[in-house]
Design a protein around this ligand. Structure first.
Ligand code: NAP
Length: 245
């Protein structure tokens, strides 16, 4: 395996993450996927199995890898916080404390912990270093039934902006961005379409998008994210909606 170009992708087993794994591999990257089930097998892909809703377990999976990577002479490395979940799609009084905690941990606590470790352990690495946070338009627009999801994505965007600001004064900075992938046909959309209107008032909109071929495919989204990342068009701290490109 050529360890010159590395991509570490959370949630590389399904949906957008699986498409990101395929895309980065296609472009010559060695890829590490962190999720509960393995990414599609490929000689350039290593799967680390971990439940990312536990930030300590997440760090225990990532840190030994970062230690190994910090000794390599890389030409570039990207860390993509992609794993995420809607949690309970329902009015807030129907969300259980356990589900709220796990969803917040998966969508924001773990991405911040892993980003912190990435920045720290690769501080002296003189190479192109990037963090991409896969966020959502739900960070800006409230949807009834999505309190936890919208809040966690809004928090993730602020983490992007704050960490990016800190990096501006670093000698070997990490570039950090948030990306909104649009509405993409994945397991997450299937979960949404199976929710009752009582729990999620906007369900019809998502069913109509599917019926009218209005959904993006994971592959086209992953290609767009890849080019945004590697064509160096993103300003540090920018939050980009790929539908507006
Ligand atoms: N699809 C959309 O329309 C859409 C729109 C806006 C934003 N997004 C964002 O895009 C990202 C990817 O979403 P997707 O639509 O591709 O979702 P998906 O098809 O449901 O895939 C989610 C991925 O996250 C991983 N994951 C979930 N819970 C995990 C856990 N506890 N520990 C470790 N890994 C976990 C899953 O892997 P395992 O099951 O193997 O653990 C899977 O690989 C998310 O951050 C989502 O918020 C999606």
């Amino acid at each position: 395996m050529d360890f010159k170009k590395i991509a570490i992708i959370t949630g590389g087993s399904k949906g957008i993450g699986a498409a990101l794994v395929r895309t980065y591999v296609k472009h010559g990257f060695s890829v590490f996927s962190l999720s509960r089930t393995a990414a599609h097998p490929h000689p350039a892909v290593t799967s680390l199995l971990v439940d990312l809703s536990d930030p300590t377990d997440a760090l225990n999976a990532l840190n030994p890898l970062l230690k190994r990577i910090s000794r390599l002479e890389l030409s570039e490395i990207v860390f993509i916080n992609n794993a995420g979940s809607l949690g309970d799609v329902a009015p807030i009084e129907k969300n259980t404390p356990e589900s709220i905690q796990k969803t917040i941990a998966l969508n924001i606590t773990t991405p911040i912990c892993l980003s912190s470790s990435f920045v720290k352990k690769l501080k002296d690495c003189k190479t192109s270093k990037r963090i991409l946070n896969i966020s959502s338009g739900a960070a800006k627009k409230p949807y009834e039934g999505w309190t936890v999801y919208c809040s966690s994505k809004a928090g993730l965007d602020m983490a992007t902006r704050t960490m990016a600001l800190e990096q501006n004064s670093e000698k070997e900075p990490v570039k950090i961005n948030s990306i909104y992938p649009g509405v993409v046909e994945t397991g997450m959309q299937r979960q949404l379409r199976n929710t009752s209107e009582k729990e999620f008032k906007n369900v019809k909109r998502f069913i109509e998008l599917k019926n009218n071929d209005g959904l993006l495919t994971p592959t086209e989204v992953a290609e767009k994210i890849f080019h945004l990342d590697t064509d160096a068009v993103l300003e540090n701290g920018a939050i980009v909606d790929i539908r507006q490109l």
